[in-house]
Design a protein around this ligand. Sequence first.
Ligand SMILES: [Zn+2]
Length: 162
Amino acid sequence: MRPAALSEGLGGLCGGLCEEAMRDDTIISPTGKGMRNDRQGLGHYRAPRGGRWHDGCDFLCEPGQAVAAPISGKVARLARPYASGSYEGLEIEGRRMAVTLFYVKPKPGVMGRFVEKGEAVGTAQDIAARYGGGMLPHVHLRITSADPCLFLEAGGNPRGEA
Ligand SMILES: [Zn+2]
């Protein structure tokens, strides 16, 4: 479902909600680059990972580059990908979804702050250094929670109006 179709399908029923959704329900690449595809795996959602599947999307990066907030929201907490070691991450809580970024060193002072989509929230770490084997450095992005109304078919009515 494209946001434009949602807006069209809801017609005038939703008041300002459609405009809010248009602003808030898309994600930008945190690195400005595309999806990972290397000898260690594909970066898309549900790509195979041994007996499991990939819960998120991997965006290619240059280690040390600035990482942008994929959505606007509050940088709510640290999110460590591993129990120990130097890899870090963070979770951003937006109005209609929350996202987690892994292999990102948070920018000093960013925790607890509201950030705009596209604003720098940290720097990319080199996850390829941990795994090797042809893996390309990337930032992992996962949707931690989402408003189900983002995915309503056209004609749905998120406000429950007649
Ligand atoms: Zn990943």
